[in-house]
Design a protein around this ligand. Structure first.
Ligand code: G4P
Ligand code: NA
Ligand code: NA
Length: 190
């Protein structure tokens, strides 16, 4: 998606070979007009899937996910990293390991918010090692629901996530695919 690639070149910053800072339009401040266009782009790409819900992982996936859900006219589900104390015990849970942040957390979804008839499109900001995405897929499948696909804003194609998800047969659509980056440069896959 040229709009997102241009924004990344203009306002993103590769702080080293592995980490891209996008605080001014995705992770801290949010470019709302960009998110609207991203939502329309995902809705168009996945229009032939019988999607009933859009799911994301808190917190940075929420803004693109809500715009995608709006464009598809379906509800959005937020997969939680911390189970709420007031949630009942009817929960699906799976442990996710983040290599980027060096921590583990329990991804949680209430059984009341999903059914086996759901076709779920997962949206997230980054695809790196694929651990968050595979955790989200595990949760949706625990509910016997169907994963319709995965929409990603920024794929770091030099990390293993994309290959893992392709091998698992998931339909992945990444709006910007970074081949290589470093101080002062960012190179996309065409
Ligand atoms: P993985 O899910 O693909 O395996 O990736 P990993 O665990 O390594 O990444 C975990 C967190 O780090 C995610 O945020 C992800 O968005 C973020 N992340 C990964 N690579 C980058 C990067 O190059 N730049 C930035 N800005 N973030 C990156 P999170 O823990 O889910 O937190 P949140 O931001 O959604 O709240
Ligand atoms: Na994220
Ligand atoms: Na993030």
């Amino acid at each position: 998606m040229k709009l997102l690639e241009d924004k990344i070149l203009q306002s993103g910053r590769a702080i080293n070979e592995d980490i891209l800072k996008v605080d001014s339009f995705i992770n801290h401040q949010v470019d709302v007009n960009l998110m609207i266009e991203i939502g329309k782009e995902f809705a168009e790409y996945f229009k032939n899937e019988p999607i009933t819900k859009v799911a994301t992982i808190e917190s940075s996936g929420i803004s693109p996910a809500i715009m995608t859900a709006m464009a598809l006219n379906v509800p959005m589900l937020i997969l939680k990293k911390q189970p709420s104390k007031v949630l009942n015990d009817n929960l699906y849970q799976t442990v996710v390991t983040s290599f980027t942040k060096g921590n583990n957390y329990e991804l949680t979804l209430s059984a009341n918010q999903i059914s086996e008839n759901d076709h779920v499109l997962i949206i997230d900001d980054f695809l790196a090692n694929g651990e968050t995405a595979t955790g989200a897929i595990r949760l949706i499948r625990m509910a016997h629901a169907t994963v319709a696909g995965l929409g990603i804003l920024i794929e770091k194609s030099f990390q293993p996530g994309r290959e893992k998800l392709d091998a698992a047969g998931i339909n992945v659509y990444s709006l910007a695919r970074i081949k290589k980056m470093g101080a002062g440069f960012i190179e996309f896959i065409n």
